[in-house]
Ligand binder design. Structure first.
Ligand code: FPP
Length: 226
């Protein structure tokens, strides 16, 4: 079976999962954090090298402050746990996104875990945090200009993306039945295969992940050729 090197996931449906249970939205995000752990394990077992998870978009700041605070708290807890797990599992943490206006507490924890895991050779978890794909491309173009580049090519622009060494995702998964990219990895998704599932993110299991990999393996990728 052909296994993608990089899988990226738009984790959607936490709110609807909570609503169906008459629970606050935050309960959906908490259940979503458990799905993150399951998926991380499943990805590692499947031999995936890079897993990008859309944890917080640049548009998510428009949510109620209470929900934002809850999400930030969850992230902090996850970073703490991830710091411990990463040592055991040889995981590496990368972040894609803008630092401003993330809270200092989060940035401090991120820096710590990123530095502590930089030399790890196992799966790379790339958290898309305060991430927007248009922002990433604009940031890259400006960084290229500042560095004195006179003429941009795809190869040159790529060098200024958040992670030039992140391979393009062969597979992008979105849960909850929505079928759009929502400002996620616009540059990197040029040739990605898409897998949409009606399953809400908190219900996403190892089996669902494997089903996505099986669907991917059955596709023929031609990259514009024949
Ligand atoms: C989308 O569901 C999910 C998010 C905006 C946040 C993703 C966060 C998590 C999975 C939990 C924590 C993550 C980490 C990495 C610890 P939604 O709220 O848009 O759901 P809805 O469309 O049903 O309202």
């Amino acid at each position: 079976m052909s296994i993608p090197k990089h899988v990226a996931i738009i984790m959607d449906g936490n709110g609807r999962w909570a609503k169906a249970r008459r629970l606050p939205r935050l309960a959906g995000h908490q259940a979503g954090a458990k799905a993150v752990e399951r998926t991380l394990k499943a990805a590692q077992e499947a031999g995936i090298s890079f897993l990008t998870l859309y944890a917080f978009s640049t548009e998510n700041w428009t949510r109620p402050q209470e929900e934002i605070n809850g999400l930030m708290q969850l992230l902090e807890q996850t970073l703490d746990r991830y710091g411990e797990d990463a040592a055991k599992n040889n995981f590496r943490l990368w972040i894609s996104g803008a630092r401003e206006p993330l809270p200092q507490a989060i940035l401090g924890k991120i820096d710590k875990v990123v530095a502590a895991t930089a030399h790890h050779t196992g799966l790379t978890l790339n958290l898309a945090l305060n991430y927007g794909a248009r922002q990433e491309i604009i940031h890259a173009a400006n960084a290229a200009l500042n560095a004195g580049e006179k003429f941009l090519t795809a190869d040159i622009l790529r060098r200024y993306l958040y992670h030039p060494d992140l391979p393009d995702p062969e597979l992008i998964i979105r849960t909850s039945g929505e079928e759009r990219l929502s400002n996620f990895l616009l540059w990197q998704a040029a040739y990605s295969e898409f897998y949409f599932t009606p399953v809400l993110w908190p219900d996403f299991t190892e089996k669902e992940f494997q089903a996505a990999l099986t669907a991917y393996a059955a596709r023929t990728r031609r990259f514009g050729g024949v």
